[in-house]
Design a protein around this ligand. Structure first.
Ligand code: OOG
Ligand code: MG
Length: 257
């Protein structure tokens, strides 16, 4: 099986705003290991064109999200510099059917790796945390996929934005942080940090273990998105979005295009 050719096909759809057929339709024997290899090859294509790996995202870290997409385990994806929103404006250009979700982000000051990592190791390696928003945009038709498809498609990641204010991770319990997401002034989703594997730090533990199985680690300066705290909501041109995080402030952005 030509994993490089599949990576090139997905990369084309990630950059063309067109939706594609699930890769597992033509390649039913692809494994999850193959899917992570396709994801890595896809990121390399972007990096060859000048992009840069700046962190990782976890996805499907809550039961609600797993049920809503029919995939029963957490997955990870790669965050590239080109995916970070510079301004609080979500430009729909290049996107197919974007959805947004509130997340908590960690930023690291020390390398974090290894199979036996504990929450304590995560805290010792963490520089600060941020409220964050991820924009997911599955390249597959109807946002419908299997585990293998979504992993190969970089865990649906498209864009992300961190809040302007960094916080010490010691001032609050992240599992108790409540979040309310508003679209045009109306509440569309609510949740709390505990929906992320019981506590967002557990998501970083899980990511570190998954990376260490492929001999990778979280490097100093990297960002990690720990996974949606609520279900993701569709957004459309003209929407004004606001996400209120207990103790971590409010993030607002406009959807344009
Ligand atoms: C997969 C990505 C999920 C999250 O935070 O749970 C994700 C998807 O739902 O398309 O980013
Ligand atoms: Mg997410």
């Amino acid at each position: 099986m030509d994993l490089q050719a599949i990576a090139e096909e997905i990369y084309f759809y990630q950059t063309s705003a067109e939706e594609m057929e699930k890769i597992t339709v033509c390649q039913p024997s692809l494994s999850v290991v193959d899917a992570y290899e396709i994801q890595a090859l896809g990121a390399q294509l972007a990096i060859k064109r000048g992009d840069r790996l700046i962190g990782w995202k976890m996805g499907l870290t809550s039961k609600v999200k797993q049920v809503s997409v029919g995939v029963e385990e957490p997955i990870y994806g790669r965050l590239l510099a080109s995916m970070e929103m510079a301004d609080p404006i979500l430009n729909l250009e290049g996107l197919i059917h974007p959805r947004v979700e509130p997340e908590i982000a960690f930023v690291f000051k020390k390398e974090l790796g290894g199979e036996n990592v504990t929450p304590r190791d995560v805290w010792l390696a963490t520089e600060c945390i941020f409220p964050a928003v991820e924009v997911i945009d599955s390249r597959y038709r109807n946002f419908s996929f299997t585990l293998v498809d979504v992993v190969a498609d970089n865990a649906s990641s498209a864009k992300f934005m961190l809040g302007d204010q960094a916080f010490s991770p010691y001032l609050m319990s992240l599992d108790e942080v409540g979040v309310a997401m508003f679209r045009n002034g109306e509440v569309v989703q609510t949740g709390s940090g505990a929906t992320v594997l019981g506590h967002p730090v557990r998501s970083v533990v899980e990511l570190t273990k998954m990376l260490s199985r492929r001999e990778m680690s979280i490097e100093p300066g990297m960002v990690v998105l720990t996974g949606g705290i609520t279900e993701a909501v569709n957004v459309f041109d003209g929407d004004e979005m606001e996400v209120r995080f207990d103790k971590l402030g409010t993030m607002s952005f406009s959807v344009l295009g």
